[in-house]
Design a protein around this ligand. Structure first.
Ligand SMILES: C[S@@+](CC[C@H](N)C(=O)[O-])C[C@H]1O[C@@H](n2cnc3c(N)ncnc32)[C@H](O)[C@@H]1O
Length: 223
């Protein structure tokens, strides 16, 4: 793990990230493509089991994707489903302090994803093109992944993008290591089959995806 500075306040982090050139408005279909998720299928199957669907997106940017999810069902003529879907995006750099209510009741919340409070009934946690900044500015990517995984109930999924060394130059990402071992290796070692590793052709966007389906109530220990 790289630690740029011993401590950086949320205020400091916010002002540094604000002026960083990055894409903050990826759509739901890009989330699907880059994280290998089928939101329609996932929501419908979860609703069948639990009667609701709870999605938290870490480093959400403007959280276009959250609105996109509700819009998907609105356009399907399934307005009955909308109140059963909770979509919360968390980002350090938002317009308002606390919660901002977007279209369809989608929430964008100001917060640092490393210690974001997550509900016990979350079904899906995503982080698209955010983890690299958590590592770069705070050196806490592993801590964040551990916290997200340990906050999820059995049956939930965590999906994020990850770029191994061969793509550092193309993507500008740095390594995410735990005692010199790449994060992905340690995840596979600890969680085995429940870690799914996806490859994508496009290098313009995320190159690889890690999807973890939580199968047992076991704590992950990454730092
Ligand atoms: C490249 S943008 C991606 C936004 C969105 N996921 C998308 O794909 O459009 C990365 C986002 O991560 C946020 N971010 C970086 N570090 C963060 C942290 N520790 N806590 C919360 N948000 C963070 C930035 O403010 C920025 O909005």
């Amino acid at each position: 793990m790289r630690y740029m500075e011993p401590i950086i306040s949320d205020e400091d982090l916010r002002s540094r990230l604000r002026f960083r050139d990055m894409v903050r408005e990826r759509t739901l279909s890009l989330y699907e493509q880059l994280l290998g998720l089928d939101f329609r299928e996932r929501v419908l199957s979860t609703l069948e089991k639990n009667g609701k669907f709870v999605w938290y997106d870490m480093c959400c940017g403007n959280f276009e994707a959250g609105i996109g999810l509700k819009d998907l069902f609105y356009c399907d003529g399934r307005k009955d489903i909308l109140p059963k879907i909770t979509a919360v995006g968390i980002d350090i750099d938002t317009r308002v302090k606390g919660d901002e209510v977007l279209d369809y009741g989608v929430i964008r919340r100001m917060g640092n994803v490393v210690e974001a409070v997550l509900p016990p009934d979350v079904d899906l946690i995503t982080c698209l093109r955010g983890l690299r900044y958590v590592e770069e500015y705070l050196g806490k990517a592993c801590q964040a992944v551990e916290h997200w995984y340990n906050s999820m109930p059995v049956g939930a999924t965590l999906a994020f993008d990850y770029n191994p060394e061969i793509f550092f130059e193309v993507r500008g990402d740095g390594p995410i290591l735990i005692n010199d071992a790449p994060l992905l290796e340690v995840l596979k070692l600890q969680l085995g089959e429940s870690v799914e590793f996806g490859k994508f052709k496009s290098l313009v966007e995320a190159a690889f995806t890690v999807k973890i389906h939580k199968c047992e109530d076991k704590k992950l220990k990454l730092h």
